[in-house]
Design a protein around this ligand. Structure first.
Ligand SMILES: NC(=O)c1ccc[n+]([C@@H]2O[C@H](COP(=O)([O-])OP(=O)(O)OC[C@H]3O[C@@H](n4cnc5c(N)ncnc54)[C@H](OP(=O)(O)O)[C@@H]3O)[C@@H](O)[C@H]2O)c1
Length: 341
C-alpha cells in the first residue's frame, strides 16, 4: 500500500516539502489548494532550488476545496498542514473535518507557539506531529515554488499531557513517536538530509527557539518600515533590541515549559552574528505580508507567547509592546479596509 500525504495549504513550505516527499517511491502526495488551484491542477508546481535540479511536482490529486478532498474518500496517512497560522482569522483545523481517519497523523509545519492545540481539541486522540522549519521558500506566482536556501525541519510528536501538571504518559504516545520517526525518514528519502526527530519536550524547545528569531525579526521589520534581516542586525541600536527580544523569549521558554533550555540551541548572539553575514537581502515574512495588505501571524508569533508566559506569572515586556502596537495597527487597517467597502 502506498503512503498517502495530503498537503493542506499548498503554498511555499507545503509544496516544497510535499514535492520532496513525492520524489520517493511509494509515497503519493496530493494538494488541497486555494487561489493557486487552476494553475496547479493544470501544470503542477515548478520547483527551483539551489540544492536540487529544477523539477515539476504533479500532485496525485489536486483539490479545490476541503469538500472535494472529502468526496475523494481516500485514506490519508499524513495531513501536512502548512497554511499561515492565523487563529484570529480562521480555525484551520476545520479544513481537516472528514479527512482524519484511523491512523492519520496531522503534521503542522507552521511558525509560532500554540499552533497544535486547536487540532487536538477538534480531533481528540489524533496523532499530531509538530514541525519547525528554517527553510527559506516562496511562491512568487501560482504554481511556482522558489526554494532559496536551507532545508532543516525538526519534527516531534505533540504530547501536551507529558508537560508538568499533565496527565502523564499514554499508550498512544509510542504510536505518535513512531509516526514522527517515519515522517522524518520519508523526508530524508526525499533528499531533506537534515530532517531531524525530537521528543515532545525537545520539539517544543525548538519551537520556542525559532520563536525567539521570528518574534525579534518579524515585528521589528514591520515597525522599522520593512527593514531586511541583515540591515536590522547590523544597526547598532536595532541589534540591541533584537538581542533583547531573543533573550526575553529564550529566558521565558524554560519558565513555560518547566525544563532548562537545551544547551545545543544557539544563543541569541550567535543567531545575530550569522544574520549579519547573510547578504541575501531577505525580509521577514511578516513584513512582506504587511506590505501586501495581508494579515500577519501576530497571535502565534507574539500573542500566544505573551499569554502563556503571563499564565505562569512572567511578563514579556518587549514582545508585549510589539504585540500591542502591531495588533492595533492591523485592526486599524482592517477597519479602514471595511469602511471603504
Ligand atoms: N516561506 C518560508 O520560507 C517559511 C519558512 C519557515 C516557516 N514558514 C511558516 O510556514 C507556514 C506556511 O508559510 P508559507 O510561506 O508556505 O505560506 P504561503 O506561501 O502563504 O502558503 C500558505 C498556503 O495555504 C493556503 N491556504 C490558506 N488557507 C487555506 C484554505 N482555507 N484552504 C486551502 N488553502 C489555504 C494559501 O492559499 P492562498 O494563496 O489562496 O492564500 C497558501 O497557498 C507559516 O506558518 C510560515 O510562517 C515559512
Amino acid at each position: 500500500m502506498p503512503t498517502r500525504v495530503l498537503i493542506v495549504g499548498a503554498g511555499a513550505v507545503g509544496a516544497f516539502y510535499g514535492s520532496r516527499l513525492a520524489t520517493t517511491p511509494n509515497i503519493l502526495v496530493s494538494a488541497l489548494c486555494r487561489s493557486n488551484y487552476k494553475v496547479v491542477a493544470q501544470s503542477g508546481f515548478r520547483v527551483s532550488s539551489p540544492k536540487f535540479p529544477d523539477y515539476t511536482f504533479h500532485p496525485e490529486h489536486t483539490f479545490t476545496s476541503p469538500a472535494e478532498a472529502r468526496n475523494a474518500k481516500l485514506h490519508w496517512d499524513y495531513l501536512l498542514v502548512s497554511t499561515k497560522a492565523l487563529p484570529d482569522v480562521s480555525d484551520d483545523s476545520e479544513l481537516l473535518e472528514g479527512l482524519v481517519g484511523e491512523g492519520t497523523a496531522v503534521v503542522l509545519v507552521q511558525n509560532g507557539i500554540g499552533v497544535e492545540a486547536p487540532y487536538l481539541k477538534r480531533f481528540p486522540g489524533v496523532t499530531v506531529l509538530s514541525a519547525v522549519t528554517i527553510v527559506s521558500a516562496a511562491q512568487p506566482e501560482h504554481g511556482v515554488i522558489k526554494h532559496n536556501r536551507w532545508t532543516r525541519i525538526s519534527v516531534g510528536p505533540y504530547l501536551p499531557h507529558l508537560d508538568a501538571g499533565g496527565e502523564g504518559a499514554k499508550q498512544s504516545d509510542a504510536e505518535a513517536e513512531t509516526k514522527g520517526k517515519a515522517f522524518v525518514e520519508m523526508l530524508k528519502q526525499g533528499g531533506i538530509n537534515d530532517a531531524e526527530v525530537y521528543d515532545h519536550a525537545g520539539l517544543q524547545f525548538v519551537r520556542w527557539h525559532k520563536l525567539a528569531i521570528n518574534s525579534a525579526m518579524n515585528p521589528s521589520s514591520v515597525l522599522s518600515g520593512g527593514s531586511g534581516n541583515q540591515a536590522m542586525s547590523s544597526d547598532s541600536e536595532l541589534s540591541r533590541h533584537l538581542l533583547g527580544v531573543m533573550n526575553e523569549v529564550l529566558e521565558t521558554a524554560p519558565k513555560v515549559l518547566g525544563k532548562p533550555l537545551p544547551t545545543k540551541l544557539a544563543p541569541a548572539e550567535k543567531v545575530l552574528e550569522s544574520t549579519r553575514k547573510n547578504s541575501s537581502g531577505s525580509k521577514p515574512s511578516m513584513a512582506i505580508d504587511w506590505s501586501e495588505g495581508k494579515r500577519m501571524e501576530l497571535e502565534v508569533i507574539l500573542g500566544n507567547a505573551v499569554r502563556l508566559a503571563r499564565e505562569k506569572g512572567v511578563e514579556m515586556p518587549r514582545c508585549q509592546s510589539m504585540y500591542a502596537l502591531l495588533r492595533m495597527a492591523q485592526e486599524n487597517r482592517e477597519a479602514a479596509k471595511s469602511s471603504k467597502l
